[in-house]
Design a protein around this ligand. Structure first.
Ligand code: FAD
Length: 506
């Protein structure tokens, strides 16, 4: 258990934390702080009047590992209450190939035995099964099969989870972990000396804390409205700003072990696989299509839709600093980049972990240098997500609509321009390209960028002409992965397995 003793001459150690907002960001922040620093007094106030955003249903592999390995949350309870299904990656209907996958394992940052180059050099044809995860996705399977024909639920998997279910589940766990949860709506913020002095709520009066976590979603009540921190917009490079969301009840469709991202006329559409519901969301640029026309395209391409489509507006960008004085913003209150790689929950987790680390490193008395360092690392992470998404838009040659022409012409690759320049010369060589990654640590690594560049068949000069022996060795390795995947377990069978008497989580 961490408890802080105060060092002389500094401000008193942080003991009481007030989290404003009880969406997935507020709850993950409260849970992470309370579970990793139990001596902190953590109160979360959220408004049932305002509610939560109700979207954010695909995770990356960071999410389960944070919940189960870092926070020690019971898998049994989480699977029972949140009812996630599993996701091994994203299936892209994007670029010139019929489809390609981006999973959470290594596809391109590796070299197969018997070949002379990294896998990307051989991926001129089908490249969907270069990892075990990819091979599973290709077979529509979630996991490999282990002893007693059980699914091996390990490794780099992620979830699809319905947002309200997730929030309800996290709230129950947070309350039991010692977080005090109150329902009230913020009325006004009292400021003193450029910091928050108190929060005044409509019903319960004023509350004070040593640290305020702004998790109030797009409203950004503290960082944006009270502190007036400048917002750095990404609209000049990412052109989508709305989503129209709808879906239908699952009947006989298999539950797919991946999110699908499909190119649309003015953006793209996700397909998220819940156990009993299929959720589709068309993310588009309102400068290119009206809400009604976007709805019409979504409905025309998905005749099964029964739910009334709803439009969600968003703006891409981040606050220049996420930690200002005694306020730290997390989740949509800190920034937002559209959901093409489903990164928001992962970014929330990074923010929470860095916050805990910052408190630990400074004995609970974070000084300006610590805050500057926190802001730098969080800012770099947001900008990396922006640049990674830029690659998706810049090189998608699937359609030639005004929207996609605009993306190909106008999207800037930001801090990753150099990586692309080098790729054009040397090809998909992870050993060379890693030196063009501008910051460490980074989220996607060379693997992520290669998955998109090779997936979209972005041309490069130094093509490798494989000799027949290499090609055979390459195909032999793919065949091995495919054979294991063929004997794998589907999402449906894996869900049945974990609900059977006698199932034990290890
Ligand atoms: C179209 C779309 C698709 C997305 N898809 C994904 C995805 O697939 N994967 C992913 O990781 N993320 C996705 N996201 C991001 C997703 O929204 C976030 O991951 C996540 O849900 C974080 O939400 P939040 O907690 O920051 O905000 P919210 O859920 O909006 O929560 C805000 C909280 O603050 C409270 N609050 C606000 N104002 C006040 C006030 N004045 N007084 C008291 N309480 C207040 C609210 O009541 C609520 O509890 C998507 C976002 C959009 C817009």
């Amino acid at each position: 258990m961490v408890s802080f003793s105060e060092s002389e001459g500094s401000s008193p150690a942080i003991r009481r934390v007030l989290v404003l907002g009880g969406g997935s960001a507020g709850l993950l922040a409260a849970l992470t702080l309370k579970r990793l620093m139990p001596a902190l007094e953590v109160t979360l106030v959220r408004s049932s009047e305002i509610g939560v955003i109700g979207v954010g249903e695909g995770t990356t592999a960071v999410f389960p590992s944070h919940l189960f390995d870092t926070l020690g949350i019971s898998k049994e309870e989480f699977y029972r209450e949140a009812q996630p299904t599993w996701k091994q990656g994203i299936r892209f209907l994007w670029g010139p190939r019929d489809e390609f996958f981006y999973d959470f394992e290594f596809q391109y940052d590796q070299q197969f035995p018997g070949t002379r180059k990294a896998t990307g050099f051989y991926s001129v044809g089908d490249c969907r099964d270069l990892s075990q995860a990819g091979a599973l996705m290709l077979q529509g399977k979630a996991f490999t099969t282990g002893p007693l024909n059980r699914p091996v639920i390990k490794g780099q998997y992620a979830f699809h989870i319905e947002n309200h279910r997730l929030v309800t589940c996290l709230e129950a766990i947070a309350a039991r972990s010692g977080v005090t949860i109150e329902d009230d709506t913020l009325d006004r913020v009292e400021m003193a000396g450029g910091e928050v002095a108190a929060l005044h709520f409509k019903n319960s009066g004023s509350r004070t804390a040593d640290l305020y976590v702004d998790a109030s979603g797009f409203r950004a009540e503290l960082i944006g409205k009270a502190l007036n921190e400048p917002f750095k917009s990404f609209a000049g490079g990412l052109f989508c700003d709305r989503a129209v969301i709808a879906g239908w009840d699952r009947t006989d469709e298999p539950i797919l072990p991946f999110t699908t991202a499909e190119t649309m006329d003015n953006g793209w559409c996700w397909q998220i696989e819940h156990e009993t519901f299929i959720n589709r969301g068309y993310v588009y640029g309102s400068d290119f299509v009206s809400d009604d026309d976007a709805k019409a395209e979504l409905l025309a391409k998905n005749p099964k839709i029964t739910a009334e489509p709803r439009v969600v507006k968003f703006r891409s960008g981040r606050y220049e600093r996420n930690w200002v004085g005694n306020v730290v913003a997390v989740g949509n209150a800190s920034g937002f980049v559209e959901p093409l790689e489903a990164t928001a929950l992962a970014q929330i987790i990074y923010e929470c972990r860095w916050l805990v680390e910052s408190l630990n490193l400074t004995g609970g008395q974070p000084d300006d240098a610590m805050k500057t360092s926190y802001n730098r690392i969080v800012g770099i992470a947001w900008d990396e997500i922006r640049d990674f998404l830029a690659f998706h838009y810049k090189f998608n040659t699937r359609l030639s609509t005004p929207f996609w022409n605009h993306c190909r012409n106008e999207t800037s690759l930001g801090n990753y321009e150099e990586l692309y320049r080098l790729y054009r010369e040397v090809g998909p060589s992870p050993t060379l390209l890693v030196h063009a990654i501008p910051n460490r640590p980074n989220i996607y690594g060379v693997e992520g960028f290669l998955a998109m560049l090779v997936g979209m068949q972005v041309p490069y000069q130094r093509v490798h002409l494989a000799i027949p022996e290499e090609r055979e060795a390459f195909d032999r390795q793919r065949q091995k992965l495919a054979n294991v995947a063929k004997g794998g377990v589907s999402v449906r069978d894996a869900l049945d397995a974990i609900r059977k008497n006698g199932w034990q989580w290890t």
